[in-house]
Design a protein around this ligand. Sequence first.
Ligand SMILES: Nc1ncnc2c1ncn2[C@@H]1O[C@H](COP(=O)(O)OP(=O)(O)OP(=O)(O)O)[C@@H](O)[C@H]1O
Length: 377
Amino acid sequence: MGDFDRVGYAEGEEPFTSERIVAPAADDLERAAEAALRPRRLEEFVGQLVVRDQLSLVLQAALARGATPDHVLLSGPPGLGKTTLAMIIAAELGASLRVTSGPAIQHAGDLAAVLSSLEEGEVLFIDEIHRLARPAEELLYVAMEDFRVDVVVGKGAGASAIPLALPPFTVVGATTRAGLLPAPLRDRFGFTGHLDFYSPDELQRVLVRSAGLLGVRLDADAAHEIAGRSRGTPRIANRLLRRVRDWAQVRGDGSLDLRAARAALEVYEVDELGMDRLDRAVLGALCTRFNGGPVGLSTLAVTVGEEAETVETVVEPFLVREGLIGRTPRGRVATAAAWAHLGLTPPDPLAPRGPGGLTGGRNGSGRTGRTLFDTGA
Ligand SMILES: Nc1ncnc2c1ncn2[C@@H]1O[C@H](COP(=O)(O)OP(=O)(O)OP(=O)(O)O)[C@@H](O)[C@H]1O
């Protein structure tokens, strides 16, 4: 593989992994760090005013009636607060929370066991509900609607279903892919809330709150800087905050000020838009190797040595949202903003195309004086 094919990482360097500081998903270790920063009540939950208001009505009405509220479906990209809201729902209802997830339920029997152990009024949180197996999904329809689970006894022709009544409970389902939920399941949720990316102002409020919980003082301009690079996602904002705190302790004087924020984010190669190496590699490949596109997503993924799914679910939505990539029926194209962000000159549409789709203005290797990973800081 030539130098050019490995756009995004140097010879001998590992391809990108999921351990990106700007990855919106969390691993187990991070979940532990996050637990300390989760808002516990609805009034502490920053932003998402519409969902918060609607949810507050649903919960208050149920409390006033002394009944369990309708089942709640929360959708939206990772790291925006779905799990946090599920915990808040249980706390606001004064109920206990049971947690499971679509992938953890392999068989309908696993779900039947969880459902039949529920106590009255409990909240059952099912994360990644779109990944439930079909038989489990069908069992869940009945349980959600009729508060009943059919326990199958015996096998083969002699098997019979014994209906088991369940006490009233509330399912809170979370999904990053609401469109993948079958309509019968979606219809059983009386309330659906869609979480959107946070504004920089909202993220600043998340950061100030988190800094308070971590016992550190965060300067307003540092909060502003971190918020602007957090891709609209509280999880990323909190993660960057922890890295800035590390930098301030180890290389700074302990203050979480603008200097510390900029220096720490430079160490982690998070640029002023919140892009990291993988984002810049994808964008760089699109511009330099494919002359700005159009090019298919899987081709782009192969070019940067990353899984197509990661590029599709993590990198592309962000680049599209930032107006750096456009989607066309023939593939992805770089926008003028993409060329500008990378400090490159867009090709002249009238100039003859060289090998590999390149036009003039570059040397044969496609490199400019500026590396693709330049943080621009
Ligand atoms: N509105 C908010 N206000 C304050 N902190 C928030 C808010 N939303 C999320 N957070 C923080 O962001 C982190 C991630 O939130 P959470 O785990 O709820 O996201 P999620 O949408 O469930 O993600 P995933 O889909 O990956 O499970 C948590 O530490 C939480 O404290």
